[in-house]
Write a protein that binds this ligand. Structure first.
Ligand code: FES
Ligand SMILES: [Fe+2]
Length: 332
């Protein structure tokens, strides 16, 4: 995935008076709060002897390295070197790289692109309307693989015993044959059921299941049933080539608006994680030549294509080259 995107750095609910380490696209960074409450993100390497600044602490409003106590402000400038005799100025160039950051919709975001960010991170639908639980799961598979997993409608009856609506539907109704719709969207793609009547129709507001994939790494999952209704938002942040960090938000039933941190790994994500980590081992060893696919893999294969187009070309102009709408017949 390209660095020219906003990525989730960490959950706002998790950033307090201690610095936190984070990794995006193979880069280690440290995030911390300034005295005015804003968040700053610096490279996680002291310019003195290379120690990780995320092991340090906040001292006098600055980020202090744990080795010799050098302090950095939110712009990455070294503002205090305890061993310097009084009256000695800190030499020019004593600083670490600062990354542009923003805080919005329950997350601190980081920009790693070469130029300044073109605007704010994309807004998260419903962020200010509901109560949410928020958490994070580190996964040892590529972000692409985990995105595919989230768009794969054929796996819940097998992979999500006791934790997923798709599992329970299948237990109650058995395997059924039906069509769902896959559309290319401005932001990526959307999968929904039941399909719209005509190509130009909007997604039916009563659709039981709607899953959006929005570039580079966001997934919205909405599922409705007789006595449940769930809405999840996940960011599958690429931390390295074969690792990712699933930052998740789950809507709670309460109508009040609050965000609660949840430290436990949700069972349903654990089930996905174990399977994808096992697949990653095989992809890392052997590449993807062994793969065989069926029509039910249409959505996951499309997400691959979309990610590659967004990485190598201009998404806005290249997206018209894709099949814009497809009804996929499956038995699941
Ligand atoms: S290594 Fe950070 S202060 Fe020396
Ligand atoms: Fe899953």
């Amino acid at each position: 995935m390209s660095p020219e995107n906003w990525y989730v750095a960490c959950a706002s609910s998790q950033l307090n008076d201690r610095p936190r380490h984070l990794r995006v696209l193979g880069k280690d960074m440290v995030v911390f709060r300034n005295p005015d409450g804003t968040a700053s993100i610096l490279e996680d390497r002291c310019c003195h002897r290379g120690v990780q600044l995320s092991l340090g602490k906040i001292t006098d409003g600055n980020l202090a390295c744990p080795y010799h106590g050098w302090q950095y402000d939110g712009t990455g400038r070294c503002v205090h070197v305890p061993s310097l005799p009084c009256g000695t100025a800190i030499p020019q160039g004593f600083r670490v790289r600062a990354y542009p950051s923003a805080e919005q919709d329950h997350y601190v975001w980081v920009w790693m692109g070469s130029a300044e960010p073109p605007g704010s991170p994309p807004r998260l639908r419903g962020a200010q309307e509901y109560a949410w639980k928020q958490g994070v799961v580190e996964v040892k598979c590529s972000a692409e693989l985990f995105v595919e997993n989230m768009l794969d409608g054929a796996h819940p009856p097998f992979a999500h015993k006791g934790t997923h609506p798709g599992y329970f539907f299948n237990r109650i109704n058995g395997f059924r044959e039906y069509d769902y719709e896959v559309r290319v969207s401005d932001e990526g793609m959307v999968i929904f059921y039941p399909p719209a009547e005509h190509e130009q129709d909007p997604i039916p507001p009563t659709a039981d299941s709607v899953v959006h994939f929005e570039l580079p790494d966001r997934i919205y999952v909405l599922q409705r049933g007789l006595n449940f209704d769930f809405y999840n938002v996940l960011h599958i942040v690429p931390t390295g080539d074969t690792t990712c960090r699933v930052e998740w938000l789950t809507r709670q039933r309460s109508n009040e608006h609050f965000v609660q941190w949840c430290a436990d790994e949700p069972k349903t994500l654990e089930q996905d994680r174990v399977l994808q980590e096992s697949a990653q081992i095989n992809y890392s060893r052997e590449g993807a030549d062994f793969e065989r696919s069926v029509p039910a893999d249409y959505a996951t294969l499309l997400s691959r294509k979309i990610i590659h187009i967004a990485r190598d070309q201009n998404w806005e102009s290249a997206r018209s080259g894709l099949v814009q709408r497809k009804l996929v017949r499956v038995r699941q």
